[in-house]
Design a protein around this ligand. Structure first.
Ligand code: ZN
Length: 327
């Protein structure tokens, strides 16, 4: 696909490999991503890192410092910026207390909905608890150091459990969301690191027509006015829409953005064509999201025979979209 010359960012957002697949992942960087001119790799690491500051927060299959160093070396050799990604407000564990992993496994007291055995989608952290922020910044700082990060993706998408706990319930969702993002941004900025985040909570789901997943319907969108403008917004949209008005919303608010399509090729192309036609100069490029088993996707793209059955076929669609966007 031909992109405007100002769209220099060619990115992939992919789940961190299991430790036993790090060699395969390194081969993928060298043989596929480098060949296709990918220059930005966001690694969905979440709590799958062997944290030493808070080892109780390690999720299953954590990457070691040397695993990260191997991936980082392959990226450096090929001019690819490796960006660690955590998810730092929503997307904490699953719906129930029994699902607690990562930060909530180590510190269940940071749960925003302590009285609810089950929530609609995923648990959230409490953005008003200073102890919670302190631990988050310890983990972010440690991961940023391990990755030698110049940019850090803080997630913050799809936050539904907000303004629920006794500390938060009298505050507005926009104040809570904005204050939390600013605190992490300011910490990263003090280390010379740029913040990257998903854009959905900053969009009005009703006005834009995106609804409550790709945009917000609980008031967080008002936070857009007070966020630092050096945050790089990942504007993700996966559906077939008549228009993608977030392109204009983020441009008017003064943010640089990266377009983030997903699995279905036709929807990805439609989103990108809309953005090309409506770009006022703030779009930095395209980063495909994957949301699939990374080993399955890598084997397809490297044409490695694979007999394994996967629970979802998404990786096949993601591979087709990758070929359309980057090969
Ligand atoms: Zn709270």
């Amino acid at each position: 696909m031909i992109y405007p010359s100002a769209w220099s960012l060619r990115g992939l957002c992919i789940t961190a490999p299991k430790p036993e697949d790090v060699d395969l992942f390194v081969r993928f960087v060298r043989e596929r991503l480098a060949a296709d001119g990918i220059n930005t790799l966001v690694l969905l690491t979440r709590y799958r890192y062997a944290f030493e500051t808070h080892p109780e927060c390690r999720a299953n299959d954590p990457l070691s410092k040397s695993d990260v160093a191997a991936i980082k070396a392959a990226c450096d050799e090929n001019g690819i910026e490796l960006i660690p990604k955590m998810n730092l407000l929503g997307h904490q564990s699953g719906k129930t207390k029994a699902s607690f992993d990562g930060l909530l496994k180590g510190f269940p007291q940071f749960d925003e909905t302590p009285d609810d055995e089950e929530v609609e989608y995923c648990r959230s952290l409490c953005p008003s608890d200073p102890e919670c922020l302190k631990v988050v910044l310890d983990l972010v700082g440690e991961m940023a150091d391990a990755f030698g990060a110049k940019t850090f993706h803080i997630g913050c998408d799809e936050v539904f459990e907000i303004a629920k706990c006794p500390r938060c319930r009298d505050k507005s969702t926009a104040e809570l969301f904005g204050g939390w993002v600013r605190a992490i941004h300011d910490f990263l900025a003090s280390k010379g690191i740029r913040t990257m985040m998903w854009g959905d909570r900053l969009l009005d789901g009703t006005a834009t027509g995106y609804g409550r997943w790709e945009a917000s319907q609980n008031g967080t969108e008002a936070a857009i006015a007070d966020l630092p403008k050096d945050i790089l917004i990942c504007d993700w949209h996966y559906e077939n829409m008549a228009a993608y008005p977030s392109v204009e919303v983020f441009a008017e608010a003064g943010f640089d953005t990266v377009l983030c399509p997903w699995r279905y090729k036709d929807n990805a192309v439609k989103f990108i064509e809309y953005a090309k036609a409506h770009d006022g100069g703030s779009i930095r490029g395209v980063m495909e999201t994957t949301w699939c088993d990374p080993a399955a996707l890598i084997k397809v793209l490297l044409e490695i025979p694979d007999e394994k059955e996967y629970s979802s076929d998404n990786y096949k669609f993601v591979a087709e979209t990758y070929r359309t966007l980057f090969m």
